[in-house]
Design a protein around this ligand. Sequence first.
Ligand code: SP5
Ligand code: ZN
Length: 342
Amino acid sequence: MDVIYNPDHVLQNGKVELINGKLEPPVECPQRADSVLEAVRNAGIGQVSEPEKFGLDPIVSVHDPDYVDFLATIWDRWTEKGRSWDALPLNWVGRGMRHIKPETVDGQLSYYSFDAGTPITAGTWKAVKGSADTALTGAKRVANGARSAFSLCRPPGHHASRDYYGGYCFLNNAAIAGQYLRDNGFGRVVILDVDYHHGNGTQSIFYDRDDVLFVSIHADPLQEFPFFIGHADETGEGKGKGYNLNLPLRRGADWSVYSKALEAAYAKIRDFGAEAVVVSLGVDTYEADPISHFKLKTDDYARIGAGIAALDLPTHIIMEGGYALDAIGRNVVAFLNGFEGR
Ligand code: SP5
Ligand code: ZN
């Protein structure tokens, strides 16, 4: 299958994230995408090409234009204050406070974010826009009739919602791709999210819609980031009622547990009558992932890929998380080979 890769991803290269109470080098680092690219090339998955440039229209079809403008300009506003280091927010609304957009740089960093683990640097916007273009280029191939495509997106996207960033995500690549497929010939699209963390942004963007089904298998939010969304009783609202399926699993889940959730996901997708699948592929469900607590093995990714291929639908695979630097490439290749039946 075609692989889309954006060399400018390296421009997202934060110095620090706040993790476990310490400022540490970000786990979401450039080596991630480079190691996936190397493994995909060595495995001969398919032709690797760079993304086409799309404008902002397909981005603002799922994101707030003022938020997109904030992302595009915040680094310049930050450095105008004489700050040359990563931009991070300090505080967020508490219960009873008000969501009124502040005027200042610091206030707006707080307003448009939900964590302090997601640094903004000089090259962030260029990398983020390139990551969205990477998703759109893959979606375009699928819309034009390809059986599948792999968008090696970095930074990832599934935690970004209509108007906030966090969880290493700024623009929601899967949501942008899903909307593109809706706008280009597919009546019903499913986004299947197998990243270890709940895809809160994707869920929120499509929560009131019946044309895009969101299905997510993830760590129980009672135990894991993003903590405040991702429970099983979140099933959609308005005409979107019944078009959101969360399958939270407790820490320690291995294939015996995970595969049952997958079967439930496939049944829901078939029942929905999906015409295309977008996969939010995180390999942070791996047993040796440094920030996660599931127990999947490399061979399990081949099983997931084969299971998704058996849905027999046009499929757009989008890279999300996965932080075990020596294993991400191998696990993604296992998934892609499993999908291709190799
Ligand atoms: C795209 C994606 O996978 N984003 C994940 C963002 C998670 N950020 C919070 C990480 C908190 C890690 N907690 C460490 C516990 C180690 N035992
Ligand atoms: Zn994740």
